[in-house]
Structures are given as C-alpha cells and as structure tokens.
Design a protein around this ligand. Structure first.
Ligand code: NAD
Length: 459
C-alpha cells in the first residue's frame, strides 16, 4: 500500500499545536496542526498536506511517460510572497497578521485562485493549494494558471471593521503581484463576497480606476456574476448527477452525507435536496445532525446563515460528531470542509460507495489507497469542485467586457463545462483502467506540461 519512495505512518497522538490568541491572530510559526496522516519527509521539511499534494502529482507524472527534465519545474511554485499586515484593532492595539500569496504555474494563462482566512493557513498550505489550483484550472480547460492566498487569522473573532482593515492592508501588500491579467483572487474558506468587494475597492483606489477583472466572487451589485456564490455546489451537483447517470441512477436514488456547511457544503446540500436527493447528515466544525429520512436543508441553511453554526439548531434530528458524518450509512459522502479530513483512521470505516470531494484535498493519499482497495469511487477535487473557478472565469470575462449574462446562461455554460470534464475523466479512466483521480490528474498535468513544453524556457 505504501507508495513509491515515501513511507506513510500515522500521526503522533496530540500532534495538533495551533494556539490561536483571543484577538483572532495566530502565530504563523506553528505547524499545520490538523489531525492528518503523516508522511515521512524525503529530506524536506514540509507539512503533510504539502507532501500529499506532491505525492499525487509524482504518482501520476511517473506513469505518464513525460520527460523527466520538466518534473521539478512543473511541481515548483513560480513565486511565494509572504507579507505582514499591521492592523489597528477595535481596542486600539496594532496586531500584525501574516499573509501569503503563492503563484504556482502560469503557462496556460494568468494565475487564479482563492484567498483563505483561517488559523491553519501557512506557507506550505498555500503552496499546495496553488498547485492543486493549477491542475483544477487545467482539468476544466480554463485559460488560467494556479494560485492561492491566505491570512493567518480567525475570521469569526474579527469585527467587521477589523476584517475590512485586514483585507485592505493584505490587498495593498500583495498588490505588486495581482491584477486582471496577472493574478485574480477569489473567495475560499473564511472569505466571501464582502471581502472580495473590499479587495476590488482597494485595488481600484490604488490604480485610480475601477478594475472589475482583478477579483472574482464579488457581489453582483459591484460587478459580480449571478450564480457565482452557489457555483461550486452547483458544479458538485452537475458532476455527481452525470456520474450517477453512468450507473443508471438519478439524484433521487441517493442518500447523501455532507461534511462542512459553509458556502460549498450548504449550496451543495440545497441543490441536491431540490433535485430529490435525501440529505441525511450535515455538519460544521463543531458537529452535525443525522436523520435517515432526510434533514430539512432549507431550515438548516436559514439557521446557519443567521448564527454561523449548526450546534443550536432546533431540530428533531440526532446529534452526531464529525467522524460519524464521515462514517454514516449513505450512498454518497461529500467532504466540503477542509483538507485532510478523510484520513487513514476514517477510511476503513467509511460505508459510502461514492465520495465526491467538494473540499480541496480532503482525502489523504493513505486514505485514498484504503478506499480504492475497498472499492470506493472517488470523484476528485480537481474535477468535482471546479464549478467555483469556472463561474469565476465567467465573471472575469463579463467584467472585462462589461457585458453581463443572465442566470440561465451561467448555469447552462457551467453545466456544459462540468459535464464535458466529467466525460473526459470517465473516458480516460475507462481507457486506461485507472481511478478517477489518476485520470483527472493525467489530463490536467498533461495539459500544463504541454503548455510548458511548447513555450520553452525563458531566457
Ligand atoms: P466556508 O468557510 O464557507 O465553510 C467551511 C465549513 O466547513 C464551515 O461550515 C465550517 O464550520 C466547516 N469546517 C471547518 N473545519 C471543519 C472540520 N475540521 N470538520 C468539519 N467541518 C469543518 O468555506 P467554503 O468556501 O465552503 O470552502 C470549503 C472547502 O471547499 C475548502 O476546502 C475550500 O478550499 C473548498 N473550495 C471552495 C470554493 C469556493 O468557491 N468557496 C471553491 C472550490 C473549493
């Protein structure tokens, strides 16, 4: 089961070590402390998540027969910027937050990728997510390279004013490397349309004119696209529906469990429930709810939007833990929270025959091995959650042209891209007799490798 040259082992007990302060800032020197399968480093000092992302790439690169001399270039980020963001807090103190922007590869077009506000953000995390974004953008054939940014903070502990001042300062710090034809940020974990509106305004004030193309995921009233907010969830729904069709099933035939109830998890739950799927389990960071006859998803969304949590939701459903969500009796499991939430400890107990990765990097390579051995089908992140960046691409195009589409056009174009991408992955998996992740990576890495080879090396 151990892959290639890398040995896998379980994490030491109690290895989690994030120590957030009450002010919302977190020391960036703390390692990424989430529970995860640990990879014994190959001489590098990188986080398990960084190593997982590279392992998935290395495994596929080896089997693709690509020229070995391009491997290091394809896996290394082009640029990683670390910034300090001093922010005046509401109580008068000046708090310094650490932020990053990693740009992985731009052979196929400008860099593009989200900005994350979370206590777990670190340099390795943004580098790994930027690499994943390169493959994702190539997987759905968008004319973009991959990037990712983040600020080490606890967004829920910041006041609105503190969050705005942090966003404006972070934007000004990464200003030299972003722009509508350079690098286009978007929302991710802990950020939303409001944060993107502040980013737009800060950038526009600094260049002296409104620059809609600098950021996507903006509210519609300031040049965003209709359908962007729900786009990642809609893409998840499109891909799952297309997959089920290959099994002569529909969404009405499946019971679904969803981990994470933020932007991606809640819209996925709603769009699936609206089409007849039975959503039996949902959760947020603090735990979840289970009802085998189906939860009232609309009521859960209303409550979550008002309070930011599910814990105090007034429902007849049974309270369950996050681990129980993962191992619940369902037909489809959708991790939509964070990376590394499905690890080798969960994998043997997962009962769902199908996993749709709505989060980025939720399944560790070791869990992936176990699940594949157990016959579980995984629709991988770089395919399944690409709906968000796809509608971000539509938003960017609309902003550059100042010509805005209606919702039907956005939904139709999204469905076309998601279904075509699924068909490509499905055909590759069939033709090469490989799992969907290997098929998706083979297509995506192949596209980036071809662009890199054709462009050659500068100078
Ligand atoms: P979000 O901040 O809106 O929501 C995250 C949700 O996950 C919250 O409900 C939170 O309570 C929950 N959560 C956090 N840690 C958890 C844990 N350890 N266990 C269970 N639940 C946990 O974030 P989002 O935008 O919905 O992003 C979720 C995932 O999807 C991330 O991996 C992100 O990178 C990925 N993603 C997001 C988008 C997008 O358009 N927002 C696009 C592609 C991929």
């Amino acid at each position: 089961m151990s892959p290639d040259t890398t040995q896998l082992s379980e994490p030491p007990a109690g290895s989690s070590s994030i120590a957030p302060s009450s002010s919302g800032a977190v020391s960036p020197t703390h390692p990424n402390g989430r529970k995860t399968d640990k990879l014994t480093p190959r001489g590098e000092d990188h986080s398990p998540f960084w190593q997982n992302a590279h392992l998935y790439f290395d495994r596929v690169y080896q089997t693709m027969g690509l020229d070995e001399k391009w491997r290091a270039y394809l896996s290394a980020p082009k640029r990683v910027l670390t910034v300090s963001c001093p922010v005046r807090m509401d109580d008068g103190r000046i708090q310094v937050f650490t932020g990053f922007r990693a740009q992985h590869n731009n052979a196929r077009g400008p860099f593009k990728g989200g900005i994350r506000y979370d206590a777990s953000v670190d340099r390795d995390e943004v580098m790994a997510l930027a690499m994943l974004q390169t493959w994702k953008n190539a997987m759905v054939d968008l004319p973009y390279g991959g990037a990712k940014g983040g600020v080490v903070c606890e967004p829920k502990k910041l006041s609105l004013g503190e969050k705005e001042r942090l966003t404006r300062r972070y934007t000004s710090e990464i200003m030299p490397i972003i722009g509508p034809v350079q690098d286009i940020p978007a929302p991710d974990l802990g950020t939303d349309g409001q944060v993107m509106a502040w980013l737009l305004d800060t950038y526009s004030m600094m260049v002296g004119h409104q620059e809609l193309g600098v950021v996507t995921g903006k509210p519609v009233s300031v040049g965003g696209s209709v359908g962007r907010e729900e786009a990642t969830g809609r893409g998840v729904m499109n891909v799952l529906r297309k997959f089920l069709k290959t099994k002569n099933k529909t969404l009405q035939d499946v019971k679904v469990a969803i981990q994470g109830f933020g932007n991606v998890g809640s819209h996925t739950a709603r769009l699936l429930a609206e089409r007849g799927a039975t959503v039996i389990a949902i959760s947020d960071k603090f735990g979840g709810w289970f009802d085998e006859t189906g939860l009232d998803v609309e009521a859960a969304i209303t409550f979550y939007r008002e309070t930011g949590q599910l814990t105090d939701w007034n429902t007849d459903a049974d309270r369950i833990t996050n681990d129980e969500v993962l191992t619940s009796e369902c037909d489809v499991l959708i991790p939509a929270a964070m990376e590394n939430t499905v690890d080798a400890q969960h994998a043997p107990h997962i009962k769902a025959p199908v996993i749709v990765e709505a989060a980025n990097g939720p399944t560790t390579p070791m869990a992936d091995d176990i699940l594949r051995a157990n016959g579980v089908t995984i629709l991988p992140d770089i395919l399944a959650n690409a709906g968000g960046v796809t509608v971000s691409y539509f938003e960017w195009v609309q902003g550059l042209q100042n010509f805005f589409w209606d919702k039907k056009r956005v939904e139709d174009e999204l469905q076309k891209i998601m279904e075509k991408s699924f068909d490509e992955v499905n055909a590759k998996a069939d033709a090469s007799d490989v799992d969907y992740r290997t098929a998706a990576y083979t297509i995506a890495v192949g596209r980036v490798a071809e662009a890199v080879r054709l462009k050659g090396l500068f100078p």
